[in-house]
Design a protein around this ligand. Structure first.
Ligand SMILES: [Zn+2]
Ligand SMILES: [Zn+2]
Ligand SMILES: [Zn+2]
Ligand SMILES: [Zn+2]
Length: 448
């Protein structure tokens, strides 16, 4: 394992940057209507491109500078977009050939240019390093250029050449851009989600697209400055995760829960006031119902920050869409959209169209003789002699008495257990499913 370059920061300084990063993440989350836990580096880039006047240009060395490697018979190459290696990373980027000396030394440059800011990105670097450079340069823009009357130019050097190359004046800016950049790359909530769900180290890197050394340093900073472990313990935790020692997730879970409990005590948190059904994870729309309208259970539990971070989903079950009077927009059996509120039955297929409580079995059958013969009442009759209100089109059970609804009896709604187990099975795979596998993940060092 290579030695990790790790620039020490004090907790006070780290938390100062963390707060700024979280403010920015909140702004982005609000702007894109997406939870922070679900933000990806693409979302961050997209936010900056659509809200600020920033132009990106990729660069690399001109192949004609290396005639010995040049197998083509060309003597001139144009600066055009066809040279861009990662076309999907940034829309409308341009391309420049720069001097080989610059390409060797520099990962990114941010230059204010009138109202506009130009960001140059070295594309002759591993993919994950390029993403990190983009986030780093965006931090320079957002925190150091945007509201600054002095037109500062930031040049990000390659990590191997960092020592002693930045002036003392610039080092705090570089530290800030590195730390905030790494938090944008992997917000604390996302990191906690992965730890609570016991992701192994490789999956953490895949899920966020961070390089191994960047993830190493992100974890180290998290354990030190957020969970407040001492240096030695923090490093031990990181190394155990990297070595796949899965027993380490127990103590980590414990520490995260303790941290969350303190946070929840200190503030009324958005997620701490919600109740969900313990069995089917449905969150009732009405307060005070006795029975869960999806599974008829009486057990509820608190949906708090810990549940949120584990992505314990609040389940949304399938539903028959109705108007505010409880009449289906389309008949769930024959599909007609000609249903009126005063109808009991669909005039085309004779379906009983409102979702109503059908009451207990005593309400379902009537005795037809003294010899124990029973007959089933019509659904309309059962509905008329039970709880009597029109219910939400997704309810399988009456929230008042826990008995079947007419939509469940008529099999108009899908089985909730099947819907739940389909979701559970895909939970972890879902995080990792859509992520393209990298060809190669070089293990380069990053200075944070
Ligand atoms: Zn920089
Ligand atoms: Zn339930
Ligand atoms: Zn019908
Ligand atoms: Zn009822």
């Amino acid at each position: 394992m290579k030695k990790f370059e790790y620039r020490h920061v004090f907790t006070k300084e780290y938390n100062f940057y963390l707060e700024k990063a979280n403010e920015l993440l909140n702004t982005i989350s609000f702007d894109l209507s997406k939870d922070i836990i679900d933000l990806s580096y693409q979302d961050i880039i997209c936010y900056f491109q659509s809200n600020y006047n920033i132009h990106f240009a990729f660069f690399e060395a001109n192949p004609l500078e290396f005639p010995e490697n040049n197998s083509w018979e060309v003597d001139k190459v144009e600066n055009d977009q066809s040279w861009i290696k990662h076309k999907n990373l940034i829309s409308n980027a341009s391309f420049e050939f720069l001097d080989n000396e610059i390409v060797e030394r520099i990962s990114g440059i941010t230059i204010p240019h009138g109202d506009r800011t130009l960001i140059f990105i070295n594309q002759d670097r591993p993919f994950r390093r390029i993403i990190f450079t983009i986030l780093h340069e965006l931090c320079h823009y957002y925190f150091h250029i945007r509201n600054n009357s002095k037109a500062l130019i930031f040049t990000s050097l390659n990590s191997e050449q960092l020592e002693g190359k930045y002036s003392d004046e610039l080092i705090p800016f570089e530290n800030e851009a590195n730390i905030i950049g790494s938090i944008l790359f992997c917000p604390t909530e996302k990191l906690e989600h992965m730890l609570l769900c016991s992701y192994n180290f490789k999956d953490m890197c895949r899920y966020t697209q961070m390089s191994e050394s960047a993830m190493h340093n992100r974890l180290l900073n998290y354990f030190k400055h957020i969970l407040h472990l001492n240096n030695q313990n923090a490093l031990n935790f990181v190394l155990k995760i990297r070595n796949g020692q899965s027993h380490i997730y127990g103590p980590i879970n414990y520490k995260i829960s303790a941290k969350l409990q303190n946070q929840e005590k200190a503030s009324t948190n958005l997620y701490s006031t919600n109740i969900i059904c313990e069995i089917c994870h449905f969150k009732p729309n009405e307060i005070g119902s006795k029975f869960c309208p999806i599974c008829a259970s009486k057990k509820t539990k608190l949906y708090n920050t810990l549940s949120y971070l584990k992505k314990e989903k609040v389940m949304k079950y399938s539903i028959v869409k109705t108007n505010s009077q409880g009449t289906p927009l389309d008949c769930p059996k024959c599909g007609t959209d000609n249903l009126e509120d005063n109808f009991n039955y669909c005039p085309y297929c004779a379906l009983f169209i409102h979702n109503m409580c059908l009451g207990s079995n005593d309400n379902r059958f009537i005795e037809t003789s003294n010899f124990g013969d029973y007959e089933e009442k019509s659904i309309y009759e059962q509905a008329s002699s039970a709880c009597g209100e029109y219910l939400d089109g997704g309810y399988r059970y009456c929230p008042k008495c826990g008995n079947e609804t007419s939509f469940l009896r008529q099999k108009l709604l899908k089985n909730w257990e099947e819907e739940l187990s389909a979701l559970e099975a895909s939970k972890k795979e879902k995080d990792l499913f859509f992520i393209e596998e990298d060809i190669d993940i070089p293990n380069e060092d990053l200075p944070f």
